[in-house]
Design a protein around this ligand. Structure first.
Ligand SMILES: [Zn+2]
Ligand SMILES: [Zn+2]
Length: 164
């Protein structure tokens, strides 16, 4: 009995240990590893692009990313930035936001969250599930639809635009 308990304890410890290790590895995985996992070739430009984007908050547009990376790689073109962001999104390295805000935006927030979108100035702000007051989420919906992720866009007017 005592032995069984001990084994159980070891087993739990083992799982916690591996979960932690996997998490740490994921966090510190280099761009090179990411590319290998997602099947794209590593180039110097892509690496710098990725690093620049990791340093940005919120939902940068390709134009915003271009303005940043140009300071480091003056020769880079907006078309190249577009192409590589598209590649990052297609291969699953980065996530694209849902699309009715007029332009491509990349999601840099890894936590699950939703968005408040201003219909006038297009400002996008993250909002947590609790703040939004959503009902508990279901994993299965009608017609056998299996949920992977919930992303709610709340369209409205931001405080600034309400005063304008
Ligand atoms: Zn606004
Ligand atoms: Zn977001």
């Amino acid at each position: 009995m005592a032995r069984a308990k001990l084994n159980l304890l070891n087993d739990n410890f083992y799982h916690i240990f591996w979960d932690k290790l996997a998490f740490v590895q994921q966090r510190s995985s280099t761009f090179r590893q990411l590319c290998a996992e997602h099947g794209i070739a590593v180039t110097h430009q892509r690496q710098i692009l990725y690093e620049v984007m990791q340093g940005m908050d919120g939902h940068p547009s390709p134009e915003e990313v271009y303005a940043k990376i140009k300071k480091k790689v003056p020769a880079i073109s907006l078309a190249t930035v577009y192409k590589n962001i598209h590649l990052f999104v297609e291969s699953g390295i980065l996530r694209k936001m849902s699309m009715h805000h007029g332009s491509v935006r990349v999601e840099m927030n890894d936590e699950e969250h939703h968005h408040m979108v201003c219909s006038r100035c297009k400002a996008i702000t993250d909002i947590g599930e609790k703040e939004l007051g959503l009902a508990p989420r279901r994993r299965k919906l009608q017609d056998g639809f299996l949920v992977e992720r919930y992303a709610v866009d709340v369209i409205g007017l931001c405080a600034k635009c309400q005063q304008a």
